[in-house]
Ligand binder design. Structure first.
Ligand SMILES: NC(=O)c1ccc[n+]([C@@H]2O[C@H](COP(=O)([O-])OP(=O)(O)OC[C@H]3O[C@@H](n4cnc5c(N)ncnc54)[C@H](OP(=O)(O)O)[C@@H]3O)[C@@H](O)[C@H]2O)c1
Length: 353
């Protein structure tokens, strides 16, 4: 018999929140119970996300304090947060208090950066602020689902979008020991990567027909990728990361380069990735350099490799809002509730967007 679990989305008015609403609307087991936005409380969801008007017809946003109003005491709940970092941890802490008072059993997946570090000091050093709920850090694991079979915590902090692409491309190589544990990563992201609030870096005249690097070797996701690569591979990993703004709305293309320790063949390198992702339904090792349009709007990651025997290149494409955020969060939530990992996520990319 199929189960139905109420789902709650915090930060539901943003780009990742909207993707969560879209994915949950056709999920076989999670049923949207609350789309939380204080600013939009009482407004029709379709007024913010017109592309969801048929799927979420008549449904409205609710205020943070009312997220559990439509959920029966004692229920299981799938709670997603797509709130900004710095705010997410506090709202999650308050939600857990409400859950305890109502005897709700929660699994949480947070798309923000608030639960990506195990140590409070590590998070505070990167984000330059006090952590909003350090008492909860031990209850969250952070990993790309493809790199761990089991987790020991009830909740997950999802790695960021650049981190997801970088880790999927890097970890098998580091684990294989074919190269030193040092990678040079160049990534290009679409404008939705910076969220809904307009900024110079996301403004159409700045980005359209344009391509530029930002924060070279100084992006705050570099230490996150290094820490997660070490956790997944067991090797201290150096990451040199240069992000770029691309002239498109969604998608991430990452190129990882490393030096081979000894001469390596293209076939051996490819086998490493095929073996690493043999049981990963959302990762496909492709024969030619991957293209954004083949993954955008889907939960897929396409990877391909190249080598001249001495240099190693791994290329990776994902959708930043799906595999890098909302889809990856649903994938983790499926696992936390012991549902098939692909539930609600099997739609193919449209191919032409
Ligand atoms: N965009 C991406 O590709 C991407 C990828 C991976 C991870 N992430 C992470 O996912 C989260 C959401 O990203 P996004 O791109 O969707 O950002 P966004 O478009 O700016 O949306 C964030 C939403 O959170 C709500 N919000 C703002 N301040 C809040 C507060 N103090 N308390 C509670 N809610 C608040 C707002 O909802 P209302 O407008 O309704 O008030 C806002 O629309 C961020 O933590 C981001 O770092 C984003």
């Amino acid at each position: 018999m199929s189960i139905t679990i109420p789902a709650v989305v915090l930060g539901a008015g943003g780009y990742v929140g909207g993707e969560l609403l879209r994915l949950l609307a056709s999920h076989p087991n999670f049923e949207l119970s609350a789309a939380v936005s204080d600013r939009r409380s009482g407004q029709m969801i379709a007024a913010t996300f017109m592309h969801l008007s048929q799927l979420l017809s008549g449904k409205t946003f609710v205020a943070t304090n009312n997220w559990a109003d439509d959920i029966a005491d004692g229920s299981d709940v799938a709670l997603f947060s797509a709130a900004p970092h710095g705010a997410s941890a506090e709202i999650i802490a308050a939600a857990l208090e409400t859950a305890a008072s109502r005897n709700l059993t929660l699994h949480i997946v947070d798309s923000s950066a608030d639960f990506r570090y195990a140590e409070q000091s590590a998070w505070e050093a990167v984000y330059g602020a006090k952590h909003g709920a350090p008492q909860l850090l031990a209850d969250f694991s952070c990993a790309v689902p493809e790199h761990t079979d089991t987790i020991a915590t009830p909740h997950v902090g999802h790695p960021g979008c650049f981190a997801t692409a970088s880790l999927l491309a890097t970890v098998p190589l580091i684990r294989s020991e074919l190269s030193a544990a040092e990678v040079f990563v160049s990534g290009v992201t679409g404008s939705t990567g910076s969220g809904r609030s307009p900024q110079t870096g996301t403004h159409h005249p700045e980005r359209d027909s344009n391509l530029y690097a930002y924060k070279p070797l100084a992006h705050r996701h570099s230490p996150e990728v290094a820490a997660l690569a070490k956790a997944a591979s067991g090797r201290e990993t150096k990451v040199h990361f240069v992000p770029h703004s691309g002239p498109f709305a969604r998608g991430i293309h990452v190129t990882v380069q490393a030096k081979a320790k000894a001469t390596v063949s293209a076939q051996r390198l490819r086998e490493v990735y095929i073996d690493a992702y043999a049981n990963a339904p959302f990762v496909e090792v492709v024969d030619t350099p991957p293209k954004l349009k083949n993954v955008v709007a889907s939960n897929m990651c396409h990877l391909s490799v190249a080598t001249d025997g001495d240099s190693i290149v791994v290329m990776c494409t994902i959708d930043n809002l799906v595999k890098g955020a909302a889809g990856g969060a649903v994938q983790w939530m499926n696992r936390l509730w012991k549902l098939p990992e692909t539930a609600g996520l099997s739609a193919a990319a449209p191919g032409w967007t």
